[in-house]
Design a protein around this ligand. Structure first.
Ligand code: ADP
Ligand code: F6P
Length: 327
């Protein structure tokens, strides 16, 4: 072991907030990396709730994380724990972590979970974040865990819907997740050949979309797919507007939580494994208040205060590509 590494013996790990596929392989990697370094891992159940309740599993053998690599969701489970947002909740959580004599905590989750992680760090307890949210809305990393699996789930669903859309010569409005971020809608539109993506970052032009829908059907297209990010409106409302403008037969599908489950893709399994390993190493290196991030194909750490203070910009190249490929 290099002299710069801190001797840590016991760490905690949680999965928190909206779950995603890839959390299980990430926990597995945290545990197996730790075991290889003689570190004992405490896996708290249901995110911050488990820290408050002292509800944890000791993950002290390779076997304790066997057979979870291929499973979606998180075997530690997740929760929205409102009590942790309060000063009393934070204090109780810190007391519990200290009583267990933990040397650090790894938080796997989205922006809310990482906000909690940042507070723990500011209170003086070593904490490292792992970006995990299908929305891909975290600043500082080109990718978050679970995005690739969600994207594949959307793509497969759109392919399926296109079959019936063609048979009936219909247009479908497919609503995908993305509270404030159009990444999933934009990339799934490219991956599934949708005619348009409606995203919160870019105002849409209803007249233009309606005109091109009508033109495409006149030219002989048998179906049309428009992907709408939930943050840009609801499929029902948008579908009604298009119906009124065009007279085309429209159906709406809200994909919902289909996007958040399922066996992680090979990308997410490998990505999760690298994130987990790097999170343990970051704690060993004495880092805290940082998030493991993928930047230019390299794993780096980015300060959580930076991650949480900025909005992830949507790539202009992705936007251009989506527009270019609209038929
Ligand atoms: P996500 O991590 O997917 O964005 P949430 O926003 O629901 O999901 O946050 C998950 C959990 O993180 C919350 O239920 C809470 O326990 C914790 N959390 C969120 N915001 C804060 C905050 N401001 N302070 C402390 N903890 C927070
Ligand atoms: O943060 C991920 C996300 O999937 C959002 O896109 C969505 O709005 C939200 O979680 C829904 O989460 P839940 O149904 O668990 O409250």
């Amino acid at each position: 072991m290099s002299e710069t590494l801190k001797k840590i013996k016991r760490i905690g790990v949680i999965t928190s907030g909206g779950d995603c596929s890839g959390m299980n392989p990430c926990i597995r990697s945290v545990v197996r990396t730790s075991i290889s370094k003689g570190i004992k891992v405490f896996g708290f159940k249901r995110g911050y709730q488990g820290i408050l309740d002292n509800d944890f599993l000791t993950l002290d053998s390779n076997h304790s994380v066997s057979n979870i690599l291929q499973r979606g969701g998180t075997f530690l489970q997740s929760a929205r724990c409102l009590a942790f947002k309060t000063d009393e909740g934070l204090k109780k959580g810190l007391d519990n972590l200290i009583d267990l004599e933990l040397d650090g905590l790894i938080v796997i989750g989205g922006d809310g979970s990482l906000t909690g992680a940042h507070k723990i760090h500011l209170a003086g307890f070593p904490t490292i974040g792992v970006p995990a949210s299908i929305d891909n809305d975290l600043y500082g990393t080109s990718m978050s865990l679970g995005v690739d699996t969600a994207l594949n789930a959307i793509m497969n669903s759109v392919d399926t819907i296109r079959d019936t859309a063609s048979s009936h010569e219909r247009a479908f409005i497919i609503e995908v997740m993305g509270r404030n971020c159009g990444y999933l809608a934009l990339t799934s539109a490219i991956a599934s050949g949708a005619e348009a993506a409606i995203i919160p970052e870019v105002p849409y032009d209803l007249d233009r979309i309606s005109r091109s829908l009508v033109r495409r059907f006149k030219e002989g297209k048998t179906n049309s797919i428009i992907i709408l990010a939930e943050g840009a409106g609801s499929a029902k409302e948008f579908g009604q507007k298009i119906r009124e403008k065009t007279g085309i037969e429209i159906r709406e599908t809200v994909l919902g939580h289909i996007q958040r489950g399922g066996s992680p893709t090979s990308f997410d399994r490998i990505f999760a494994s690298k994130l987990g390993r790097n999170a343990v190493i970051a704690l060993e290196e004495g880092k805290s208040g940082e998030m493991i991030a993928l930047k230019d194909d390299k794993y780096v750490t980015v300060p959580l205060d930076l991650v949480l203070s900025k909005q992830r910009p949507l790539s202009p190249q992705l936007l251009d590509l989506a527009v270019l490929l609209e038929s």
